[in-house]
Design a protein around this ligand. Structure first.
Ligand code: BEZ
Length: 258
């Protein structure tokens, strides 16, 4: 089973995701009147911010639960997987925060973004980069291996290096203005159990219901020495990849045929 989302538990365990997305909005530098696609809009927290800048924003997300919540904010949001973008030369910018690591066919996503943008349009985003949550990944993999399950078949995350993502963007025709990888250890508002229950469903749902609690307990005790400080606060070992790229103005004959 894949990842599932619940707006209520997300707000409790993961509101920091959109709060920490503001620097990406700054990189986007949205201008009033611009038409912007929010790729993986989640519950709409940042989509709303972009709208407050005076932009005309369309959000897409593959989670019906998130789309329902974003709809309640009065946003123009649509249920759509980022691998299947079906827009045509219509956006001034595509923005994406903390979601591209869930999409394991990055070229399909980048090509969809390219088709969605007008010539001169920007693609600005941030997601998990190489080494992201590596302690959490190791603990999950170790505990699954111990139970005879191949974690590589289950792991839903894509965390590329700068070099890899740059070359994928450039192969599609984008000009990369900036791309950086940086560690961002993040204090969790609840604890690592809250994080795992919000973000790691594909790992736990590989197990029979009765075995899940012991699995989570084992993962948590493996992580405690590294990710819990002396005051009891839990951290996640995030590493972010942030980038800004442009579809060149003279791109009509370059890159993908559209
Ligand atoms: C991230 O935002 O980097 C992330 C979130 C959930 C799972 C893995 C990574």
């Amino acid at each position: 089973m894949g990842q599932t989302w619940n707006s209520e538990t997300y707000a409790k365990n993961a509101r920091f995701v959109s709060d920490l997305g503001m620097p990406v909005v700054e990189w986007l530098n949205p201008n009033p009147g611009e038409r912007i696609l929010d790729l993986g809009c989640g519950d709409g927290a940042l989509t709303l911010k972009l709208q407050e800048f005076g932009c005309e924003v369309v959000g897409i997300d593959s989670s019906p639960n998130f789309i329902q919540s974003a709809n309640l904010l009065g946003l123009d949001v649509r249920l759509l997987d980022g691998h299947h973008l079906n827009f045509d030369n219509e956006f001034d910018a595509v923005f994406s925060n903390a979601v591209l690591h869930w999409m394991k066919q990055p070229d399909r996503v980048i090509e969809g973004v390219w088709r969605s943008l007008k010539p001169g349009g920007r693609f600005v985003g941030e997601f998990g980069g190489h080494g992201n949550v590596s302690k959490i990944v190791t603990a999950l993999h170790t505990a699954l291996n111990k139970r005879g399950i191949d974690p590589d078949q289950i792991n839903p995350w894509y965390f590329p290096t700068v070099e890899e993502y740059r070359s994928r963007l450039e192969a599609t025709g984008f000009r990369v203005s900036e791309i950086v990888l940086f560690p961002r250890p993040t204090a969790l508002p609840t604890d690592i159990r809250g994080w795992l229950s919000t973000f790691a469903n594909p790992f736990t749902s590989a197990l029979a219901m009765l075995d899940r609690d012991a699995f989570l307990e084992e993962v948590i005790s493996r992580l405690e020495p590294d990710l819990r400080d002396s005051s009891g606060c839990w951290f996640a070992d995030y590493v972010r990849l942030r980038f800004s790229a442009v579809k060149p103005l003279d791109s009509a004959d370059f890159g993908l045929s559209i």
